[in-house]
Design a protein around this ligand. Structure first.
Ligand code: CO
Length: 249
């Protein structure tokens, strides 16, 4: 399958999927507090998703056992919720979620502070979020994919951070993962030309230290190799004739 252009009907369903996911993230952000287990977060997230008539797209995806990926501190992405993992004041917690609405997906991630965190952690979360917005300045018809990738990398690296290389963003639609792959770092090729109707999940994963990551024994949880903190920020966007539309905000 190649990169697809969504119809007006498909775009409308993805708008709904995005809007619902934005509200799920908002509710989860409000609910987070010290003493919660990462499984509590997953349970609440799944309940919220289903209460809107959606299906959690991650559940059982390639065997992933939960609805929300919960990744704490040096965990980059795909942390598996556990009743034994308790979040504490000072932690940073990345929540990644996907929903399916009438067959169409949205995918978004946020990193939250639990209570008071260090200024360094605060900065990492902020810059990761900003790197997404730097990237989508180039998410316009006629530009190329690499314009987005390069802008994200340049911004994050200007703060001395490490841009994760082993995981990338992706096209999205009636599947969670569609073409193209969307790296958060510059490519030698300029990549596809962006066209109105393309829907993309852009998701910088930024480490306070080196870019290198390793997989834990559960085969899902990705952690920084040097033990540094990591943050994640993702939205599903629509390429238009003008400014991109952020569907999951
Ligand atoms: Co994604």
């Amino acid at each position: 399958m190649s990169v697809t252009i969504k119809s007006a009907r498909e775009i409308e369903l993805m708008r709904q999927a995005g809007k619902i996911l934005a509200s799920v993230h908002e509710e989860l952000g409000k609910a987070l507090c010290p003493g919660m287990s990462t499984m509590d977060i997953d349970r609440l997230g799944e309940k919220l998703i289903r209460s809107h008539g959606c299906i959690p797209s991650f559940k059982n995806y390639n065997g992933y056992p939960a609805s929300i990926c919960v990744s704490v501190n040096d965990e980059v992405v795909h942390g598996i919720p556990s009743k034994h993992r308790i979040i504490r004041e000072g932690d940073i917690v990345s929540l990644d979620a996907g929903v399916i609405y009438h067959g169409y997906h949205s995918d978004a991630a946020r990193t939250h502070a639990i209570g008071k965190i260090t200024p360094e952690a605060e900065k990492l979360i902020q810059v990761t979020r900003e790197s997404f917005f730097e990237g989508i300045k180039f998410a316009k018809a006629g530009n190329h994919l690499n314009d987005i990738s390069s802008a994200i990398q340049a911004y994050a690296e200007s703060f001395g951070y490490g841009v994760v290389r082993d995981l990338v963003g992706h096209g999205i639609g009636d599947h969670l993962h569609e073409e193209p792959e969307i790296p958060n770092f510059a490519q030698k090729r300029k990549g596809i030309r962006l066209m109105p109707g393309m829907t993309l999940a852009i998701e910088p994963m930024i480490n306070a230290g080196r870019p290198d990551v390793v997989w834990m024994d559960d085969d899902w949880t990705v952690v920084t190799d040097d033990g540094s903190l990591s943050a994640h920020y993702e939205n599903t966007i629509l390429i238009t004739e003008g400014e991109p539309e952020i569907l999951s905000l």
